[in-house]
Design a protein around this ligand. Structure first.
Ligand SMILES: Nc1ncnc2c1ncn2[C@@H]1O[C@H](COP(=O)(O)OP(=O)(O)O)[C@@H](O)[C@H]1O
Ligand SMILES: [Mg+2]
Length: 227
C-alpha cells in the first residue's frame, strides 16, 4: 500500500471496493495489526498504534472474515468464543439482530446444535459469524463480505445489522454486494495499493470510471437476468 490516507469516522458505514489484488484485505490486516506498516502510521483515537497494546486495539475492533466464519463445536461455542461470559439473554439479542433466533429455537438442540451437521446453511453460518462479532459491541466492526451467493434473508439481515451498527459505531465493509456499496455513507475505491477515489455512490458514478465498471460487474452478479 502506498500513499493511503484514510479517516474512519466514529459513526457511519465506510465501504471499500476495488478489483482483486487492490489491497483491501491488506488494509484490514493493517487496521487489525496483523501486519505492521514499513512506513507511515495508523492511529486510534488520535494516538499511534505503537502507543496501544495489541489487546487494546483488538478489544475495540471486531472482524468478520470472508471465508472461515465458524469453528467446530456448537452454535453456543461459536458465539461464546467472542465473549465467554455472555448470558443466554445476550446471545438471544445478537441472534435476533441477525434474524436467527427463531430458526435456532426451532432446532431440537437449540444453541447446542453442532455446526458441523447439515442443520445450518452457508448463509446461516455467515450470520452466526456476524452475531459473534456483534456480541462484543465493538467500536469498529470490520466486515469482509462473503462473495458466495447467499440467500436473500442473509443479505437483508447483514444490511439491517450494518445500518444499525453504523448508527452508533463505525462499520467498515469490504463490499462484494451492490446493496452494501449503495448503502454506505462513504465509498473508498482502491486500486493497486492506493486509494483511487472516495465519495458517495452518485458522485463516484459520475466521476470515476473504475467505480462504474465495478458497479456494473456487481449489478450483473446481483441479477443474473441482466447478464
Ligand atoms: N504479506 C504480503 N506480502 C507481500 N504481498 C502481499 C502480501 N499479502 C498480499 N500481498 C499482495 O498484495 C496485493 C493486494 O492483496 P490483497 O490485499 O489480498 O488484495 P484484495 O483483498 O484487494 O484482493 C496482491 O497483489 C497480493 O498478492
Ligand atoms: Mg481480499
Amino acid at each position: 500500500m502506498r500513499g493511503v490516507s484514510l479517516v474512519i469516522p466514529r459513526h457511519g458505514h465506510t465501504a471499500i471496493v476495488g478489483p482483486s489484488g487492490a489491497g483491501k484485505t491488506t488494509l484490514f490486516s493493517l487496521v487489525l495489526r496483523f501486519l505492521e506498516p514499513t512506513g507511515g502510521a495508523l492511529l486510534l483515537d488520535g494516538r499511534p498504534y505503537r502507543d496501544h497494546s495489541h489487546d487494546e486495539i483488538r478489544s475495540r475492533l471486531a472482524y468478520v472474515e470472508q471465508d472461515t466464519p465458524v469453528v467446530p463445536g456448537t452454535i453456543r461455542d461459536n458465539l461464546l468464543l467472542a465473549r465467554p461470559g455472555a448470558t443466554d439473554g445476550e446471545l438471544r439479542r445478537v441472534l435476533d439482530e441477525v434474524r436467527l433466533a427463531e430458526k435456532i429455537d426451532a432446532l431440537e438442540e437449540g444453541l447446542d446444535t453442532p455446526l458441523s451437521g447439515a442443520a445450518v446453511s452457508g448463509g446461516e453460518r455467515q450470520r452466526i459469524a456476524l452475531a459473534r462479532a456483534l456480541l462484543r459491541t465493538p467500536d469498529v466492526l470490520l466486515l469482509d463480505e462473503a462473495t458466495a451467493q447467499l440467500d436473500g434473508l442473509t443479505e437483508a439481515a447483514v444490511q439491517t445489522c450494518v445500518r444499525a451498527r453504523a448508527a452508533t459505531g463505525a462499520v467498515v465493509t469490504i463490499a462484494h454486494r451492490l446493496s452494501t456499496v449503495i448503502d454506505a455513507d462513504t465509498i473508498v475505491v482502491m486500486e493497486a495499493g492506493r486509494v483511487r477515489a472516495h465519495g458517495g455512490h452518485a458522485e463516484l458514478l459520475a466521476t470515476d470510471a473504475l467505480y462504474r465498471e465495478l458497479v456494473e460487474a456487481l449489478r450483473i452478479t446481483a441479477d443474473p437476468q441482466a447478464a
